[in-house]
Design a protein around this ligand. Sequence first.
Ligand SMILES: CC(C)(COP(=O)(O)OP(=O)(O)OC[C@H]1O[C@@H](n2cnc3c(N)ncnc32)[C@H](O)[C@@H]1OP(=O)(O)O)[C@@H](O)C(=O)NCCC(=O)NCCS
Length: 137
Amino acid sequence: MSGAIHLAPGSRVPAWVEAIDRACFGEAWGPLDEYEHIWATYPYGFTRWRIIPEVQEAELLRIGVAVELRRSGHGRRLLRHAQAQLARLKVEVLHLEVRISNSAARSLYESEGWVYRGVRKGYYRDGESAALYSRGD
Ligand SMILES: CC(C)(COP(=O)(O)OP(=O)(O)OC[C@H]1O[C@@H](n2cnc3c(N)ncnc32)[C@H](O)[C@@H]1OP(=O)(O)O)[C@@H](O)C(=O)NCCC(=O)NCCS
């Protein structure tokens, strides 16, 4: 994917990624810990993942596309790129939780082959439930 950058564990998160993060989620997540990676394309968006080293699996923490650039395929390309990079790291089993009401993201995941695994009731601080998805397992 042309123009994609990789931010390795422990990296500082660039201001433009934080700005998209804030616009999408209300607050930026913060610096990458020792297991977290970001793949991003300027100025479109980013994906943030945490690898679970004991099992060589990963969790999608966030994917966000700049509000004015949505619905042009950037989210799909970012997701595919990150999945391919994780596969190169031998991480093929992937998990995520998403707000049950987030039909845009759920439609993206389902169209990319993620498998719906059920609901985690009241998962978010505001009481909304999470839909659970995985792939590669
Ligand atoms: C979810 C998100 C990343 C999608 O990014 P995007 O660049 O707009 O998505 P794409 O243009 O690549 O669309 C891919 C697919 O996602 C789905 N989709 C995206 N936006 C949608 C919308 N508004 N309504 C319904 N489906 C939508 C569709 O299936 C779409 O495929 P199609 O265009 O062939 O119908 C983006 O909406 C976003 O940043 N949302 C806010 C952050 C968020 O909720 N992230 C997910 C939870 S971590």
